[in-house]
Design a protein around this ligand. Structure first.
Ligand code: X8Z
Ligand code: ZN
Length: 609
C-alpha cells in the first residue's frame, strides 16, 4: 500500500483565503512554477511522512487512539493538498518546463479520497476512513456460543484457511457467511464516505471520484475506459475456458445439483474467500494429470521450518541476484512479519514507503506456505520500486502507473518456477514432460487467469457507486450482478441489502483502487517477456526464470528509477519496446494450457448467462 500525502503549500501568491482584508500584507512577488513545485514537493513530502507513520501505527496496532492520530495526520495532509491543488491552477495555460508541468498535473491525483474544502467535512472523511480500516482489521466471525468461548472466534486467515482446505459444503458456507457478515456494519459509514470523497473530487474539477481515478493514466478517462474494456475482451476467452472446466470438475466433486452446467459456480467452492484466485483447489480437484507430481513449496517450507524472516530473505536474494541492493537494516527492525498475539492489526499484506527516502517496510501476517512466499516476493516488488525511485522528488515517487507498482513483484514471481524452487531447496527437481507442463500451467492459471474478471469488476462496481449509477439501495444486488456477469459465480446463500458484501474485501473499506491489479495481471507477462529476452533466454515463456541475470536486472532497475517522472507509456517502451498494455504475452504464456482446455471443454455446455 502506498500512503499518499497531500502537500501543504504555504501559498505565497496572495491566495490564502484566511487573510483578512484590513491586515493584508503587500502581495509577495509572484512565485515561479518551479519554486511552487519545489515547495509542494517539500511540504507535501513532509506531511506524507507524518501520515505514513500514523497509518502504519494504526494498521499495526488498532486502537481508538491510533485511529484518532491517523485521521488527524490524514486531515493535515488533505488540507495542504487541497490548497496546493488550488494554487497549482494559477499556472494553467502557462508554458512550463516539462517536469514542472508533470508535477503540477500529478499534484491533484496524489490522494485516493480527496476531501471537501470544508474543514468539518474533511474531519468527518478522515475519521470515516480510519474507522472503515479498523473495522476490516478487527473483523472476526464468532460462531454461536462464542460468548462463553471467545477463543472460538475466527479471524480472516483462519476463515480463509477453511475456504482453502475444507471440502465440506456446509462448513464452507458457514465460513464464507461468517466472514462476509463483517461487511454489514460498514454499509452506512461507506455510504457517507463516498458522499464526502465525491464532493472532494468535484471540488478538484472531476465529475466524481471514479472519473478522477480513471484520469490518472496519461490519457483521458474515456480513453482509459476503452482501454480497460479492450483488455478485458482480449482475455475473456481464456477465463471462459477455465471457468467452464472448473465448473465441470466441481460438479464431479459436489454433484450436478449443487454445481449445475450453464449456471454460475457457488462462490464458496473455489478455495478462496473472494473466489478471486483458485489455486487452493488445484491439488485435489483441478490437477490435470494427478499422477504427475509438481510438489508445491508447502511441504518443504514446513519440513525445513522456514519462518517469515527466512521467507523474506529468500525474496530479497532474488532481487539482489539481479543487482538490486540488500534491504536496509531498518526494514528488518520496523516491518511486521507475523500476526502479533497481543493486539488488533490489519493483516492484509502491504508495503510501505515511509517517506524519508530510506525507511521502507512490509506489514504481513505470514505463515510458512507457498502462497505467502509468493506474497512476500510480491511485496518486495513494491519495496524495490520505492528504493529505486527514492531520489526522485516527492511527486514523482510513485509507480509509472499503479498497475506497474503491482506488477513489479509479480513479474519476479513468474520467475519463481518449479526449477527455481528446486534450486533453493523448496521442491524436488522436476522431470520435464508435457503432463508436468500442463499441470504447472493449470496451477498458474488458477491464480493468474481466474483473477482477471475479479480484477476488472471491483472498480466497475465502485465507479458506478461514485457516479451514482449504483445507489445505496442496490449496493449488494449490483455487486452480485457484476460477480455473476464477469466471474460466473453466485453467493452460496441468498444475500439482501441488509448485507454489504463489498465491505468484506479489504480494498473497499481501505479505498484502494483495484483496476491496478487487473492491469498488473496482464502487464506482468509483458514485463516477464521483455526481461527474459534481456536475460538472453530463448525458450518458452513459461519456463523462463531471470534469477541471477544482471542484464535483466539492469533493464528493470532503469525503469523503476523513473518512478512517475515520465508518462507510463515511455517507461513501458523503455522496458518492452511497445507503448500499450496488451494481452499477447499472457496469451502466449498460457498457450499450452489453452489447447488442453479447449479439448477438455469440447462437449461441455460452457457459459452462464
Ligand atoms: O492486495 C494485494 C496485495 C497487496 S498490494 C497482496 N493483492 C490483491 C488482493 O489480494 O486482492 C494482490 C493480488 C490482488
Ligand atoms: Zn501489491
Amino acid at each position: 500500500m502506498r500512503v499518499r500525502f497531500i502537500l501543504c503549500i504555504a501559498l505565497a501568491a496572495g491566495l490564502i483565503g484566511c487573510v483578512k482584508k484590513e491586515s493584508a500584507p503587500p502581495a509577495p512577488p509572484a512565485e515561479t512554477a518551479s519554486a511552487f513545485v519545489a515547495r509542494a514537493n517539500h511540504d507535501l513530502g513532509d506531511l506524507a511522512r507524518e501520515m505514513a507513520a500514523a497509518a502504519f501505527t494504526q494498521d499495526t496496532f488498532i486502537t481508538p487512539d491510533t485511529q484518532f492520530m491517523n485521521a488527524k495526520a490524514n486531515d493535515r495532509y488533505l488540507a495542504v493538498l487541497g490548497q496546493a491543488a488550488e494554487g497549482a491552477a494559477r499556472f494553467t495555460g502557462q508554458s512550463l518546463a516539462p517536469a514542472d508541468a508533470r508535477a503540477l498535473a500529478l499534484l491533484k491525483f496524489n490522494v485516493d479520497a480527496p476531501a471537501p474544502r470544508d474543514a468539518a467535512k474533511r474531519d468527518e472523511l478522515t475519521q470515516l476512513s480510519a474507522q472503515l480500516g479498523a473495522m476490516y482489521g478487527e473483523g472476526k466471525y464468532c460462531p454461536p456460543g462464542a460468548a462463553k468461548d471467545p477463543a472460538s472466534c475466527k479471524n480472516v486467515e483462519q476463515l480463509a484457511d477453511i475456504l482453502a482446505k475444507s471440502r465440506n459444503y456446509d462448513e464452507l458456507v458457514a465460513a464464507w457467511k461468517g466472514w462476509h457478515d463483517i461487511g454489514a456494519p460498514m454499509r452506512e459509514p461507506y455510504r457517507r464516505f463516498v458522499e464526502l470523497a465525491n464532493e472532494g473530487a468535484r471540488e478538484l474539477g472531476f465529475k466524481d471520484l471514479g472519473v478522477m481515478w480513471r484520469a490518472r493514466y496519461d490519457m483521458s478517462p474515456e480513453e482509459f475506459d476503452a482501454e480497460s474494456e479492450r483488455l478485458w475482451q482480449q482475455v475473456k476467452p481464456l477465463y471462459a475456458a477455465l471457468q467452464c472446466h472448473a465448473r465441470a470438475k466441481l460438479a464431479e466433486r459436489y454433484g450436478e445439483s449443487r454445481v449445475p452446467a450453464g449456471k454460475p459456480i457457488p462462490a464458496q467452492l473455489l478455495g478462496n474467500m473472494w473466489a478471486q484466485q483458485w489455486s487452493k483447489i488445484y491439488e485435489d480437484i483441478l490437477k490435470p494429470y494427478p499422477a504427475v507430481k509438481i510438489e508445491t513449496a508447502d511441504r518443504q517450507l514446513a519440513l525445513q521450518k522456514w519462518d517469515a524472516v527466512r521467507m523474506t530473505h529468500s525474496a530479497e536474494s532474488f532481487y539482489t541476484s539481479l543487482g538490486f541492493p540488500a534491504l536496509p537494516q531498518s526494514f528488518w527492525e520496523r516491518s511486521m512479519f507475523v500476526r502479533p498475539r497481543d493486539r488488533e492489526v490489519v493483516c492484509h499484506p502491504s508495503a510501505w514507503d515511509m517517506g524519508d527516502r530510506k525507511d521502507v517496510r512490509v506489514k504481513v501476517c505470514m505463515a510458512p506456505t507457498e502462497e505467502d512466499l509468493y506474497t512476500i516476493y510480491h511485496e518486495l516488488g513494491h519495496v524495490y520500486y520505492y528504493i529505486s525511485y527514492a531520489q526522485q522528488p516527492y511527486l514523482f515517487r510513485d509507480g509509472a502507473n499503479d498497475g506497474f507498482h503491482e506488477a513489479i513483484g509479480d513479474t519476479i514471481n513468474l520467475s519463481v518456477t518449479p526449477a527455481y524452487l528446486a534450486k533453493i531447496g523448496l521442491a524436488p527437481a522436476v522431470q520435464p514432460s508435457r503432463e508436468a507442463v500442463i499441470n504447472q500451467q493449470m496451477k498458474m492459471a488458477l491464480d493468474k487467469i481466474a483473477f482477471l474478471p475479479f480484477g476488472r469488476l471491483i472498480d466497475l462496481w465502485r465507479w458506478r457507486v461514485f457516479s451514482g449509477e449504483i445507489t445505496p439501495a442496490n449496493y449488494n444486488a449490483a455487486w452480485w450482478e457484476l460477480r455473476r456477469h464477469y466471474q460466473g459465480i453466485a453467493p452460496p446463500i441468498a444475500r439482501t441489502e441488509a448485507d454489504f458484501d463489498p465491505g468484506a474485501k479489504y480494498h473497499i473499506p481501505a479505498n484502494t483502487p483495484y483496476t491496478r491489479y487487473f492491469l498488473s495481471f496482464i502487464l506482468q507477462f509483458q514485463f516477464h517477456k521483455a526481461l527474459c529476452a534481456a536475460a538472453g533466454q530463448t525458450g518458452a515463456l513459461h519456463e523462463c526464470s531471470i534469477f541471477g541475470s544482471a542484464a535483466a536486472g539492469e533493464r528493470y532497475a532503469q525503469m523503476l528509477a523513473l518512478g512517475a517522472s515520465e508518462p507510463w507509456q515511455d517507461a513501458m517502451q523503455q522496458l518492452t519496446g511497445t507503448r500499450a498494455i496488451d494481452a499477447s504475452a499472457i496469451t502466449e504464456y498460457f498457450q499450452p494450457l489453452m489447447g488442453w482446455l479447449t479439448e477438455q471443454n469440447k462437449n461441455r455446455q460452457c457459459g452462464w448467462e
